[in-house]
Design a protein around this ligand. Structure first.
Ligand SMILES: [Zn+2]
Ligand SMILES: [Zn+2]
Length: 116
């Protein structure tokens, strides 16, 4: 997501916020990369780690029928993680897995999926 009032013709790093914690992107922090979803949604590495732990390692799910994933915009049947701070932000299991795989391949970042 973008900070309210962002100039769309001149978007700065600090205008780009993670939808799940609403912190701005810091391009100098290789441990907290930002992944882009559909419709300008974004997910940071820290929120991805929380979601990965909850869904993959702890078997938790905040899934509710009909609620679309913030990143892929699909209302999926699989498990999902809800931001503890912003309850309208949910992330499906597929996006957790895809994001983790993509980030680990990205040489610009040091993100690693959390171990159990
Ligand atoms: Zn975040
Ligand atoms: Zn998704």
């Amino acid at each position: 997501m973008f900070r309210p009032g962002t100039d769309e013709t001149n978007v700065q790093y600090e205008d780009v916020l993670c939808n799940f914690c609403r912190r701005a992107w810091d391009p100098d922090d290789p441990a907290r990369p930002l992944i882009e979803g559909h419709h300008g949604s974004h997910l940071c590495g820290e929120c991805l780690s929380l979601a990965y732990l909850a869904i993959v390692h702890e078997g938790k799910s905040d899934h509710q029928p009909e609620q679309a994933c913030t990143m892929c915009l699909e209302a999926r049947e699989d498990e999902s993680w809800r931001s503890p701070e912003f309850s309208d932000a949910v992330l499906c299991r597929r996006c957790v897995k895809q994001s983790a795989t993509a980030l680990e391949k990205d040489k610009d970042y040091t993100w690693k999926r959390p171990s159990a």
